[in-house]
Design a protein around this ligand. Structure first.
Ligand SMILES: Cc1cc2nc3c(=O)[nH]c(=O)nc-3n(C[C@H](O)[C@H](O)[C@H](O)COP(=O)(O)OP(=O)(O)OC[C@H]3O[C@@H](n4cnc5c(N)ncnc54)[C@H](O)[C@@H]3O)c2cc1C
Length: 490
């Protein structure tokens, strides 16, 4: 038989992956495989397969492996991290919005594995810590800045330590269905095509690639800009800050650890870049607006702005490869124009240069996957909780215009992670929640991380006990999450 056998694979846990079988279930959904190919691709077997090693997926895989499930993480890039290391500015938010509501208690509402990552980053100088906002705290009361490169490393290490089988540079391209369950996912890599079988799967691809390939229903709303965030080096942060202060234009000012020193500026921005209402030169503001650029940024290093975002509005959904290709070029051109505006108009940025860009543009929303429950804006704003909460959350990206009521939290229910119509598929991250104003909360990094821990835990419990995702008793999940330091309000 003309079988391609790749017996040595990723060894992050120090364990080879020997499981290579003889054929796959002849019932693929839209796989495009020929019969002879189906019978000739190597198979691997796991308890849980996590597709996408980004913000949610890293934590899902760690949580699953720690429950004792043999877990594979499949990530198309060469490193884990996803949009949290490529798109965002600060991690919003481990806390409730306590500062906006005098008398409301400060609570850290996301703990668990997300907090472990922050602890590990702190130990290597990779985060500013959890820092209180000194202005605009009706938007967020605390934010957490990270070093993107160290985040990638720490995530990699924690996955390996948990015993996750890590397949980077590997893309999930298809799914094989058996009745109402997924039997396996097809991947492509330098090793060629492979089949990863498992009892339970988690879609953390942000775009919902796995769910879509497996035949789940989805919508594509195209209600956000796409973006490429760049790191800007050679900036005199204090000089820039003094300039913005002198024209009364500082917003989101936050102090924390920067290059080992406490009480340094770690987040700030010019209020006027979007609003055009400050002492910044009109030519600068007009240019920034035209480019879709903004100057709300974070830093954990002297002389370096970690994220400067350049946004672009696509005419179609960001799953359209050809439109995305055009946007990739336009955004890169606009990044250079943005830097030139900085150099010309912003004191402290005279010698700035682009030190890092994201490998490809970032998406605020691609596909939204239909799950058993779709969190609504009323759920978020009215701080509703559910009988099957798997985490709680208190940040809303449109605050103070839209806030979680009175600095409280809402619950993310387990049913919001169960992909409708498929027995063994969960979803976590920005791909759940269709309602725009609810999504403006659930899509944020720390919410995606919390969802990841719950999805990984649930998938492992289901896989080990050979149950479908709807057969998992909620008390079992809740107990496991609480044991692993997940904060719940009941
Ligand atoms: C420009 C921008 C700015 C933002 N700013 C902030 C902010 O300031 N604060 C905040 O809290 N949030 C912010 N967000 C939101 C937040 O960063 C994202 O919503 C969140 O990180 C998404 O997490 P995720 O796990 O769903 O997806 P991701 O982190 O994107 O992870 C998806 C992973 O799946 C991989 N993948 C995709 N397809 C496949 C496939 N077929 N096979 C294998 N792997 C695949 C990707 O490479 C990626 O690693 C921002 C988002 C954007 C786009």
């Amino acid at each position: 038989m003309n079988r391609r056998i790749f017996s040595r694979n990723v060894l992050m846990a120090g364990i080879a992956v020997p499981s290579i079988g003889m054929g796959i279930n002849p019932d693929p959904v839209g796989s495009g495989l020929q019969d002879n190919e189906k019978n000739n691709i190597p198979e691997r077997e796991f308890d849980v397969v996590v597709a996408g090693g980004g913000t949610a997926g890293v934590i899902a895989a760690i949580a699953s492996a720690r429950q004792g499930a043999k877990t594979a993480l499949i990530e198309t890039r060469g490193y884990p991290g996803g949009t949290v290391v490529e798109g965002g500015t600060a991690l919003h938010s481990f806390f409730n919005l306590w500062k906006a509501f005098p008398g409301v208690e400060k609570r850290q509402v996301v703990v668990g594995i997300p907090q472990e990552i922050i602890d590990r980053l702190l130990a290597v100088g990779g985060t500013s810590g959890h820092n209180e906002m000194t202005t605009n705290y009706d938007y967020d009361s605390a934010c957490t800045s990270i070093d993107t490169e160290l985040y990638k490393l720490i995530a990699f290490e924690m996955l390996a330590e948990a015993g996750v089988f890590i397949y980077v540079n590997t893309m999930v391209t298809d799914a094989v269905r058996k009745g109402s369950a997924i039997e396996g996912v097809i991947t492509e890599s330098k090793n060629g095509r492979e089949l990863f079988k498992a009892n339970c799967f988690i879609d953390c691809t942000a775009y919902g690639d796995l769910s879509a390939r497996a035949g789940a229903s989805f919508i594509e709303l195209n209600d956000h800009s796409v973006c490429n965030s760049m790191g800007v080096a050679n900036v005199n942060i204090e000089k820039l800050y003094e300039y913005l202060r002198s024209i009364n234009s500082v917003g989101q000012l936050t102090f924390g650890i920067r290059d080992g020193k406490e009480n340094q500026i770690v987040r700030f921005g010019s209020e006027g870049s979007a609003l055009g209402s400050t002492g910044l030169p009109k030519e600068y503001l007009d240019g920034m607006r035209e480019l879709g650029a903004g100057l709300i940024t974070t830093t954990v290093h002297d002389n370096y702005l970690m994220f400067i975002k350049v946004n672009y509005r696509l005419p179609v959904s960001p799953t359209d490869r050809d439109e995305v290709a055009k946007a990739e070029l336009i955004i890169r051109q606009n990044q250079l124009k943005t830097i030139n505006l900085f150099k010309k108009y912003l004191p402290g940025c005279e010698n700035a240069f682009i030190a890092r860009t994201s490998p490809s543009l970032n998406i605020r929303r691609g596909r939204t996957i239909t799950c058993d429950y779709d969190i609504t804006s009323e759920d978020v704003l009215q701080r509703r909780h559910f009988e099957d909460d798997i985490m709680v959350y208190g940040f809303h990206d449109e605050a103070p215009r839209l806030q979680v009521k009175n600095g409280g939290t809402y619950g993310v229910p387990y049913k919001a992670l169960r992909v409708k119509g498929i027995d063994n598929l969960l979803a976590a991250g920005m791909l759940i929640t269709s309602d725009h104003h609810a999504h403006m909360s659930t899509r944020n990094t720390v919410c995606c991380m919390g969802q990841g821990q719950a999805a990984g835990t649930a998938a492992a419990l289901c896989a080990i006990s050979k149950r479908g995702t709807r057969q998992l008793p909620y008390p079992d999940l809740k107990n496991a999450l609480k044991k692993d330091n997940v904060y719940l309000e009941s």
